[in-house]
Design a protein around this ligand. Sequence first.
Ligand code: ADP
Length: 622
Amino acid sequence: MLKNRKKLTFVLSIAFVLGLTVILAQFPLYYLESLLYDARFLLKPQTAPSNKIVTVALDKKSLEIYKRAPNAKEHTQLLQAISEDKPKLIISSFKPTTTTFKGDKNSFSMVFFKTSPKELSEFKSAVQSIGNVAIIMQELFSQKNIAQANIPEELSGLNVRSVPISKDEANFAQDNVSRRTLIEFENEPLFFTELALKENGLTSVDQVRGVFNFRTSRQIMTDIRKAGTYKALSFADVADRRFPKGAFTDKIVILGVDTLAEIEDYVRTPYSRDAIAMSKLEFMANMLDTLIQNHAFKKTNENINNIFTILISLLTMFAVFSLTPIQGMIFVFTSALMFTAVSVVSFSYFGLWIEMAHPLLSIFICYYFFIPYRLIRENRKSWEYQQKNRLLKQVDEMKSNFLNMMSHDLKTPLARIQGMVDVALQDKAKLNETQLRALKTINQSTEELGVFISSVLNLSRIESKEVKLHLESRDVNQIIKEVIQKYRFIANERGIEIVDELEPLFSIKMDPDLIRQVLSNLVENAIKYSPDNTKILVTTEEIDGKISIQVSDQGKGITKADQANVFQKFYRTSDAKDSTIKGSGLGLYLAKYFVELHHGKISVDSEPQQGSTFTVQLPMDQ
Ligand code: ADP
């Protein structure tokens, strides 16, 4: 029945985990995933740039030098200066229009100052004569549909290419952060893809690492470096030829804006949500370099993500069901941490993007779903325990009451029997041998019964917490002598010698009745459990401010396993139970209780067949 219930719980839990995974998979959790994606950038070591790209920025410094945006003449100068240094290609994102410095939402800033149509045509012919110049626009168009592209009049006749800069605006995380690079549009590689394939020797877009389809495009996740990795040269410096010779030789040179004046010239990155976190110029360098180095991040297969989610949910479930709450919490936390570590390392060193949002969320859901279930289960268990406990307590109380009543009621008739025996024994002469022996046996049995009854009474006093110490200043040695005296006769009858070696001691505060009971029990046991004609040694000494009393015998000894139990209520060793030696198993329990009431300790040291030594230690000051 229980087994079946366990099986059912197990099957239901697995079903829950699988169901949860399927349901969670319906929610892409883009925003959460992007946060976790970006966090990995912060932990990741930077990829070194390829050194094939140089950027030139129209920066604040240039604006200060010109005291305005550069005009067509200065743009021509810039192109010529770079061209003389033999670059591989010049890519300009400046949009040559006659309008002055003004942003355009969907394009790069227009930075030609009051340019007349004549100056503009001179600029265009300079571009054409230099040859390897591409003018790029942010508008997305394929070369085959270039006619439909919204290319301004001023650019007609030039090599105009599309370099779109995407951001998660309406799709994915919708947080306006730029993470992706479009590499193909309408089945045609985009400009940067074309360039990169030439550089890195790949033959097709399919070979680009981490490529995925999105609507009519194909894209990759850009390996963005921290802003400032690609340091741009200043427009004015380059136009005036203030740059180290060879700076552009054989390089791809990208020209762009970084004046901090227009928000449209900047993107937000995984490193920062600031609207001007990185210039589009630098972001383009990152896009192109990711492609050249073929270093985009590759998202793991959806099935692998689901397996991670299932695995981690199962682990959480195991932790909640099988471990203690603290252990469970540590386990769940550690497995989440380990999963995070695996994701971070895969991202940093293998360029693998393992989805984290679903597995982490499933930990959370599983934890909070199963914890209440476990609480209910535990509550029920503890309620059952409580019920059982109450019942046991009642039974225990009934037993105590019964023993108490019985002992009290037995005491009077017992005293009467003893009195009668004493009377009968007064006139021994009238009794024959058999009668005398019978009376002696009655006497002995009533004594044993008396001891038993007083043990039971003591026990019920202890259990009802009635025992109070009546402290008096007494010499332990004196009590020991009285006890030995009491038992000497029975010992002698069996040829057992009781020897004492008592060191003179100061009197200490104690309850003499209780201590007498303790010592009587030890001496009586030593006699009871020793063979005839042996010796018992009782010693006292003062050690470290404590009085130590030892009772050693040459009896059958106590095994190690029994030593751990002899101080328990009603415990008797199997040897003792099998023998004819009478006992209740209460003596040592009471002795321990009484010694501990005096803040003392009682212990036993014994080897089977080597005798036993019981030690009582009592503190000198109570
Ligand atoms: P009992 O009334 O049975 O003597 P105790 O509580 O005094 O009960 O002792 C518990 C058990 O410890 C005894 O039944 C016996 O088995 C064992 N025991 C106690 N003292 C000795 C001893 N000196 N030598 C061997 N066994 C002992």
